[in-house]
Ligand binder design. Structure first.
Ligand SMILES: Nc1ncnc2c1ncn2[C@@H]1O[C@H](COP(=O)(O)OP(=O)(O)OP(=O)(O)O)[C@@H](O)[C@H]1O
Length: 260
């Protein structure tokens, strides 16, 4: 069996007197996209911080594979607005190396044209794409993304999730994704973990969407959303949102957005 990248074993954590995580277990494997879903305040970001080693559990343990390289795309990143920092310099600070590697990473996330732009001038969606390029530059074994599609337009969101599938296929890295975009994410993920301080249910998207614990949290509309994304489509978008006619991919295929 492939060695796990990170194993969270019966972890519990109390913050500010609140039991944020209770008896949570999770295994992250290479080549697999695991999506954490759950209501606001359910403990998703806190669990991601445990996985990254930024926080330690009060009880239980978190085991990372020795030598593991992590790529992290945080929910928010405050960049000092007074700094005249270009996108290229910002990437270089995270992963010093060849200009070509930085250009390729930006190309991949659809923002190569922003390489010389000041970071403080970026829109929210542009910043998300730059942050993903920054995480990819580290060539991580495990990529952790906290709400990566925030501020990205709808066509771009689906392209972004498609890109994560591509990255997984090409590099074999594991991906831990936190998302509220159930309808976009569900068909794009290998495993869903539904968290509400404890793990309510987990498994394939189809299995989770039928689970009574999931339906109690999200209602049955989650199932309808999933159904929307399992039929055939007649065109798709690239990451910039441009439409390409005549493609007929299944929804789970990486690389494009599909709808009627
Ligand atoms: N350092 C802290 N001190 C006290 N409480 C905290 C701390 N960090 C997080 N919390 C609380 O823990 C709970 C879980 O927070 P967390 O950010 O993990 O939730 P989340 O599921 O990611 O939420 P959202 O979907 O809103 O981003 C929240 O009630 C939050 O206020």
């Amino acid at each position: 069996m492939t060695e796990a990248l990170v194993t969270v074993d019966h972890a519990a954590l109390t913050l500010g007197g609140q039991a944020v995580l209770e008896d949570v277990s999770l295994t992250l494997a290479p080549g697999r996209i695991t999506t954490l879903i759950g209501p606001n305040g359910a403990g998703k970001s806190t669990l991601a911080r445990l996985v990254l080693g930024l926080t330690r559990p009060d009880r239980g343990r978190v085991v990372r594979r020795p030598g593991l390289t992590l790529g992290y795309m945080p929910q928010h990143l405050r960049v000092d607005g007074s700094l005249p920092l270009t996108v290229d310099r910002f990437l270089w600070l995270a992963a010093p190396g060849r200009t070509g590697a930085r250009r390729d990473a930006l190309q991949r996330t659809g923002v190569a044209h922003l390489r010389r732009r000041a970071v403080r001038q970026l829109s929210g969606g542009e910043m998300q794409r730059v942050l993903l390029a920054r995480a990819l530059l580290r060539q991580p074994d495990l990529l952790v993304l906290d709400e990566p599609a925030q501020g990205v337009d709808v066509a771009g969101q689906d392209a972004l999730y498609g890109l994560l599938g591509q990255v997984r296929d090409e590099t074999g890295c594991g991906i831990l994704l936190i998302s509220h975009d159930l309808h976009l994410v569900m068909a794009r993920t290998d495993e869903v973990v539904c968290l509400h301080h404890h793990v309510c249910c987990s498994g394939t998207p189809e299995a989770v969407s039928r689970d009574p614990a999931y339906q109690r949290l999200f209602g049955t509309h989650g199932m309808a959303n999933l159904a929307l994304y399992t039929h055939q489509h007649d065109h798709d978008h690239d990451i910039s949102g441009d439409v390409h006619e005549g493609h007929d991919h299944g929804a789970a295929q990486p690389g494009g957005h599909h709808h009627d």
